[in-house]
Design a protein around this ligand. Structure first.
Ligand SMILES: Nc1ncnc2c1ncn2[C@@H]1O[C@H](COP(=O)(O)OP(=O)(O)O)[C@@H](O)[C@H]1O
Ligand SMILES: [Mg+2]
Length: 290
C-alpha cells in the first residue's frame, strides 16, 4: 500500500516540476519562432531600406544639380547660360526620375511600416484575453511576417470567404497559423503552392492551410502532435510547433485535423467556435501547455 500521506506532497512537487518544464519548453518554442521571425523580418526590411538609402544618395546628387541651376540665377550672364546648365544637368530626366524615386521610396517605407505593425500585432503573444477578432487580419499579419520564409518556396493562394469575427486570443491563433505555414514551406522541396482557406458553417469558423509538399506517412501521422516529434534535422525542427498548436486550439474549444497524401500534400484544418461557451474563457487556463 502506498503511503498516501507522503506521496501527495511528492506528487505536488513533481507536478510543479513538470509544469516548470512545460513553461520552459513553451518559452523555447516561442524563442525559436521569434528567432526564425527575426531573421525573416530583418531580410524583409533590409530590401526596402536598401533601396530607400540608395534613392537618398541619388536625391542628394539631383539636389546638388538643381542647386547649381538655382544658384546660377544670380550669377549667370544670360538666360542662355541658364539654359545651358539646365541642359547640362539633364533637367527633364532628373524631373521624371525624382518623381519615380520618391514614389519608390514611399512604397519602401510603407512596406517597412506594414512589417512593423505586423510585428506589433504579433508581439502581444502573452495577451490572454479572449476577444472578438478578425481572423483574416490575423492571417494577413502572419503572412507579412513569414513572407520571407514562404516566398521562395511557394505561391500563396488565399481563398477567403465572409466569416464572422471569432472570439479568441488572436496572437495565439496567429502563432498556430504561423506554425502551419512554416511547416508547409518546410514540406515543399522545390517550389509549390500553399493555399489558405477560410469559411464558416453555422457558428463554426474554419481555417485550412494546404500545401503541395511531400505529405506525411501514415506512421508519422499518428505522432505529429506529440511534443518533440520531428522529422527535421537538429536546429531546424523542435517538434513542438504542432503540439503547441494543438493545445492552443483545444484551449479555444476548437479542433485541429490533418489530411495528408504522401507525395501529394497535406491539409491542416482548424475549426473554431465563433463564440466561446459561457465560462470557458478563463484566462488562467493553462494555455499552450505542451
Ligand atoms: N505540412 C506538413 N507537411 C509534411 N509534414 C509535416 C507538415 N507539418 C508537420 N509535418 C510533420 O510533423 C512534424 C512535427 O511538426 P512540428 O510539431 O511543427 O515540429 P517541427 O516543425 O519542429 O518538426 C514535422 O517534423 C513533420 O515531419
Ligand atoms: Mg514546425
Amino acid at each position: 500500500m502506498p503511503n498516501t500521506e507522503s506521496s501527495v506532497p511528492e506528487q505536488e512537487k513533481l507536478n510543479e516540476r513538470l509544469e516548470q518544464a512545460n513553461r520552459q519548453l513553451l518559452q523555447s518554442e516561442k524563442m525559436a519562432a521569434i528567432g526564425q521571425l527575426a531573421a525573416g523580418v530583418a531580410h524583409e526590411i533590409n530590401n526596402p531600406v536598401g533601396y530607400v538609402y540608395s534613392n537618398l544618395q541619388s536625391l542628394e546628387s539631383y539636389l546638388s544639380d538643381l542647386f547649381r541651376l538655382t544658384d546660377a540665377v544670380d550669377s549667370a550672364a544670360s538666360i542662355d547660360d541658364l539654359r545651358a546648365i539646365k541642359q547640362n544637368i539633364d533637367y527633364d530626366f532628373l524631373r521624371e526620375d525624382l518623381n519615380d524615386l520618391l514614389a519608390e521610396s514611399r512604397e519602401g517605407i510603407e512596406r517597412v511600416k506594414t512589417i512593423i505593425s505586423a510585428m506589433k500585432d504579433f508581439s502581444h503573444i502573452e495577451e490572454e484575453e479572449f476577444k472578438p477578432a478578425d481572423l483574416h487580419r490575423g492571417i494577413e499579419t502572419t503572412l507579412n511576417l513569414v513572407n520571407n520564409e514562404l516566398k521562395y518556396k511557394a505561391e500563396i493562394t488565399k481563398e477567403f470567404t465572409d466569416i464572422p469575427q471569432v472570439e479568441c486570443i488572436i496572437s495565439q491563433i496567429n502563432q498556430v497559423v504561423m506554425n502551419l505555414l512554416i511547416n508547409a514551406a518546410h514540406a515543399i522541396d522545390n517550389f509549390g503552392r500553399i493555399t489558405i482557406r477560410t469559411c464558416h458553417q453555422q457558428d463554426k469558423v474554419i481555417i485550412e492551410v494546404e500545401d503541395t509538399g511531400k505529405g506525411i506517412t501514415q506512421d508519422n501521422l499518428n505522432r505529429i502532435f506529440e511534443p518533440f516529434f520531428t522529422t527535421k534535422p537538429i536546429g531546424k525542427g523542435t517538434g513542438l510547433g504542432l503540439s503547441l498548436s494543438f493545445n492552443i486550439i483545444e484551449k479555444h474549444n476548437g479542433h485541429i485535423e490533418v489530411n495528408s497524401v504522401p507525395g501529394e500534400g497535406t491539409c491542416f484544418r482548424i475549426t473554431l467556435p465563433a463564440s466561446q461557451p459561457p465560462g470557458k474563457t478563463d484566462s488562467k487556463t493553462d494555455h499552450g501547455r505542451i
